[in-house]
Design a protein around this ligand. Structure first.
Ligand code: RIB
Length: 313
């Protein structure tokens, strides 16, 4: 593998404040909740934590504040074994937060990125040696497509396989998004994001596979994976289409399930799995995350994923 090792993850880390209830509050109303979880969150933090829990050497590039919430995040992420050399502490801005309403397996959130919004090229420059050493690089759109582009173009130049989780896609400038896709090897999106990207509804498996194939052709991607929640996932690489049904689980909440899927997918490829095995492993990690409460708090370790896969046959 050219002496390369490990995975680099660039993006947001913040505090998740997750309130679970039986109904979503509507404007002007309040509902009584049943559970509250406060934990590290943010897609980059979650994906890095998932990789590390699966035993993959992982470097996280992000920013948090010097406040007490930042201290809690730094301690909890360190506990997973992530290399936090490039988790900068900003003295100017507070640690960001995501207020999440989780109801019946769905969730809605308001994200205030705080210090993470100050992540710039200078932070990427500081991590140049990590970019040169990594085998995979992951970015998301939580801090906007410009940062994802800066991270993945740098990773591509340095020879890593680049993975874009195009989430959240709402509001992303389509021109910049196209530039990000131009430096992406593997695209992972959910079916709602794929519909926005593809400008057409993802009505059935055939439409989903066709959309993935056209995205591969248009942006010269090596593979596209479209996740469909309780209906599984589809991976398209060249002429190969792999469809996976979802695992049967009791959903507690889906916060972080997509991040567990991303971490599981890259961890499996990192370990040498082929696409079908990697998709199975990723879906199992996502299912386990959805069967627990919160994001960071429900990311499974490798023995849990392997036991789950064995129990599913
Ligand atoms: O993907 C889940 C994450 O999205 C949560 O941790 C929340 O922070 C939001 O950023």
């Amino acid at each position: 593998m050219n002496g390369r090792s490990g995975v680099i993850v660039v993006g947001s880390v913040h505090t998740d404040l997750i309130a679970t209830a039986d109904a979503m509050p509507t404007p002007g109303s309040s509902v009584l909740g049943t559970r509250f979880t406060l934990a590290p969150g943010g897609k980059a933090g979650n994906q890095a934590a998932q990789l590390a829990r699966l035993g993959v050497p992982t470097v996280l590039i992000s920013r948090i504040g010097t406040d007490s919430l930042g201290d809690v995040i730094a301690a909890q992420l360190a506990g997973t074994g992530i290399d936090l050399t490039y988790l900068a502490r900003s003295t100017l801005d507070p640690t960001g937060a995501s207020t999440v309403f989780a109801v019946s397996g769905e969730y809605a959130s308001i994200i205030v990125p705080g210090a993470a919004a100050g992540l710039t090229d200078a932070d990427l420059d500081a991590a140049e040696s990590a970019f040169r050493a990594s085998r995979f690089a992951l970015a998301q759109l939580e801090l906007g497509p410009d940062l994802a582009h800066a991270a993945l173009s740098r990773a591509r130049t340095s020879g890593s396989t680049t993975v874009l989780n195009a989430s959240p896609i709402h509001g992303a400038d389509p021109d910049v998004l196209a530039q990000v896709l131009d430096v992406t090897d593997v695209l992972v999106v959910n079916r709602h994001e794929a519909a926005i990207l593809f400008h057409a509804p993802m009505t059935d498996r055939q439409a989903i596979a066709a959309a993935a194939s056209m995205l591969n052709d248009r942006f010269d991607l090596k593979a596209t994976i479209i996740t469909c929640g309780s209906e599984g996932a589809v991976l398209v690489r060249g002429d190969a289409v792999i469809e996976l049904p979802a695992w049967p689980i009791d959903v507690v909440d889906t916060v972080g399930a997509g991040d567990a899927f991303l971490g599981g997918l890259v961890a499996a490829w990192y370990g040498g799995s082929d696409d079908r095995a990697a998709l199975r492993f990723a879906a199992a990690a996502g299912a386990l995350a959805a069967s627990g409460s919160g994001a960071f708090t429900s990311l499974p370790n490798r023995p849990a994923v392997e036991a789950f896969l064995q129990s599913c046959g």
